[in-house]
Design a protein around this ligand. Structure first.
Ligand code: FES
Ligand SMILES: [Fe+2]
Length: 427
């Protein structure tokens, strides 16, 4: 790859080819519960500094971090019924960006209605699956995709973040990288534990492009073409997510050198806990380094993060040597290039933009052993089935990423019927 091509894939600011493409999609940028609690939260997204807020009337906004009057920090803003007021001189802004009030100007020169001429940068925000989503592109905005798992009932959901200090594109390339499971997650874990065992080798791979991304399929020594690894596969979800049914991971670009890892995780509660409704979907941010400043390698997501940052802040793709295992990555890069050209040429929507509300009632994607995530079972039954499918689920600890706080763990264990409602200690 030439250096200029690498820049096209990795630069996300306004006016860059990838930045413009990514602005055609909704991006999850915070948990709803987080902004509900904080009131105002600093947000850096696609290289732009913003603040998210919740008005007293319950609506959410995402506006420029700097006030358009004399550039004060809106993070110190005062929450009003219908917007956010700058605490420097009191100018108040609606979530649309429209200036609603300029206290002194409104008194000194009311006829001028100077406020009508002032608008701050503002992006639409929507709520879905316990997350706040932003759309930073041209109007009309498409719909926030309603992926099928968002429609599942009786699940304990949680939103898990990590701040990853590298470019988003190398994170997303990992969504179409089957062989890394064998080495990074299986064999390397063995090496780190010192047990010396290696897992089954991959024998055959297949990659397919479809409407919502790319699917990869695999055969290992211990599986055949009747196995869901081959018959269903896993989905690199367009443009920046990895879809596995019970969880979805987004690699949200903060800027060219930082990525927000966002995981939405769903755990079906046992049959005797139904009907289960979550009033508040909890969220947490896991650490990427330990107390000694070393990268954490204990959990799957942390191993992925170690791989991504290890490729460099922005991976230098001019120095790569791609093989057959990288065919999915080649397909993804070609599709991104085609979509960047499409947006540059003004030829309409890029891939996977959804505008049909009827279609968006439930967007189905391939899901391996879906019954494991959706069927009504006892805890023991789900664990037994999970073990036979080599998909360990419903353990007392969060398996995927390190750092789940005790409070969330307790909520989860109560929801799963692992500890009583009034338990103060987790297991
Ligand atoms: S800088 Fe915000 S009101 Fe003056
Ligand atoms: Fe991984």
């Amino acid at each position: 790859m030439r250096a200029e091509q690498n820049q096209r894939f990795t630069q996300v600011g306004p006016g860059t080819p990838m930045g413009e493409l990514l602005r055609r999609y909704w991006h999850p940028f915070a948990a709803v519960a987080e902004v509900d609690e904080l009131g105002v939260k600093p947000v850096r997204l696609l290289g732009e500094n913003l603040v998210a807020f919740k008005s007293k009337n319950g609506s959410y906004g995402l506006i420029d971090r700097q006030c358009p009057h004399r550039r004060a920090d809106m993070l110190n803003g005062i929450i009003e019924d219908d917007g956010l007021r700058c605490s420097y001189h009191g100018w108040c802004f609606a979530s649309s960006g429209q200036c609603l009030e300029q206290p002194f100007e409104d008194i000194a020169n009311p006829k001028a209605r100077f406020k009508d001429k002032i608008r701050t940068k503002a992006y639409p925000v929507e709520v879905k699956a316990g997350m706040l989503w932003a759309y930073m592109g041209p109007q009309p905005a498409p719909l926030v995709p309603n992926w099928e798992p968002f429609t599942w009932a009786n699940g304990f959901q949680q939103i898990v973040f990590a701040d990853v200090p590298c470019n988003w594109f190398q994170c997303q390339e990992n969504s179409c990288d089957p062989v890394h499971f064998e080495w990074m997650h299986r064999n390397w874990t063995s090496v780190l534990k010192g047990d010396g065992s290696y897992g089954p080798t991959h024998l055959e791979l297949a990659f397919e492009e479809f409407e919502f991304g790319h699917i990869y399929k695999r055969v290992r020594e211990d599986t055949d073409k009747d196995n869901p690894h081959w018959t269903v596969g896993a989905t690199a979800l367009w443009p920046n997510a990895f879809f596995l049914g019970d969880h979805i991971e987004w690699r949200v670009p903060i800027d060219d050198e930082n990525t927000l890892s966002v995981t939405w995780m769903f755990h079906r509660v046992p049959a005797d806990r139904e009907p289960f409704v979550q009033k508040r979907i909890p969220y947490w941010t896991g650490p990427v380094k330990d107390a000694y400043g070393e990268w954490i390698t204990s959990h799957v997501m942390n191993q992925d993060i170690v791989a991504w940052v290890g490729q460099g802040t922005i991976a230098d793709r001019t120095q790569e040597h791609l093989g057959k295992s990288d065919w999915g990555i080649v397909m993804m890069r070609r599709a991104f290039e085609a979509d960047m050209k499409r947006v540059e040429a003004g030829e309409g929507d890029p891939k996977a933009v959804i505008r049909d509300a009827e279609f968006n009632r439930c967007v189905e994607l391939p899901i391996k052993h879906k019954e494991l995530f959706t069927a009504s079972m006892t805890l023991e039954e789900s664990r037994r089935l999970g073990d036979t499918l080599q998909y360990r689920i419903n353990r007392p600890d969060y398996q995927h990423q390190v750092g789940q706080p005790e409070a969330v763990k307790r909520e989860y264990q109560i929801a799963m019927g692992m500890i009583p409602e009034d338990a103060t200690e987790t297991i």
